[in-house]
Write a protein that binds this ligand. Structure first.
Ligand code: SAH
Length: 246
């Protein structure tokens, strides 16, 4: 018998059991504990190079753990330096990516911003903390509903959530001062560029497999485009593909 393998499997089981117990207790974590974890997250964002104080203070305020559905919420995970699952095979982005993309948008209070890929609603809440009027679109009904409920419960009444296909944008509210896309299409969707105002900015991950953030600015009929960080987002699906999902 291979005792080494048996002993190490026993350890794995013990560790997993411990994590499950820790996970169950997590949901009851005190508000002071969450606040301390959030402050540590913001300290790390500073060390990672985020400089915009408005973005840092927005991220110090938004209760990220509330946006992670309870079955996926954990004390260590909610404010950790990594993406976290939110159900339906989707994830809430790593705090650094949320901060970085928000910083690059250079939002001013009162601006109108469109987000594609609401997911948990966390990114939308960060944008709302910066004083923006936020319009956000999610293709999966259960996530759109969860985000809508959480945003309402957390008091973000400047956010409107639409369940629909982000490729269409939200023409009724266009033009937007800024657009942030948090799922990756193969190319920049033309419909979204059309819904930017003159001088408007967009940040969007582009590509299949290997993706790159693209920052663009609409200047009259032209689009100035700049490649940025390599990233990894879930694909931006088309409405008919979504219907084929199990
Ligand atoms: N911004 C989110 C994380 C986004 S995860 C947050 O803060 O939690 C990417 C999301 O994009 C997923 O929820 C996925 O369902 C959604 N998505 C994918 N394709 C889409 C499309 N065509 N239109 C709208 N949402 C889409």
């Amino acid at each position: 018998m291979d005792w080494g393998a048996t002993v190490s499997s026993a350890w794995v089981i013990a560790i997993l059991a411990g994590l499950c117990v820790a996970g169950a207790a997590d949901v009851d974590s005190s508000e002071a504990d969450w606040t301390a974890r959030r402050a540590a997250m913001v300290q790390l964002l500073r060390r990672q190079g985020i400089r915009d104080e408005a973005v840092l203070s927005a991220m110090a305020k938004v209760r990220r753990h509330q946006f992670i559905p309870a079955p996926y919420r954990s004390r260590i995970g909610a404010y950790g330096d990594h993406p976290s699952p939110i159900g339906q095979g989707q994830t809430i982005s790593q705090p650094f990516i949320v901060a970085y993309m928000t910083e690059r948008l250079r939002l001013q209070p009162g601006e109108k911003v469109l987000e594609i890929g609401t997911g948990s609603g966390y990114q939308a809440a960060v944008l709302a903390e910066l004083g923006a009027a936020v319009y956000t679109i999610e293709i999966l009904p259960s996530l759109a509903e969860h985000a809508r409920e959480t945003l309402e419960a957390e008091g973000y009444d400047s956010v409107s959530v639409l369940c629909g296909d982000g490729y269409k944008g939200w023409p009724e509210h266009a033009p937007f001062d800024a657009i942030i896309v948090t799922c990756a299409p193969e190319d920049v969707p033309r419909s979204l560029v059309e819904q930017l105002r003159d001088g408007g900015r967009m940040i969007i991950p582009v590509g299949v497999g290997v993706q790159r953030l693209v920052v663009l600015r609409k200047v009259g009929d032209r689009v100035e485009q700049q490649d940025d960080l390599p990233v990894r987002f879930v694909p931006m699906v088309r409405e008919n593909e979504e219907k084929r999902w199990p």
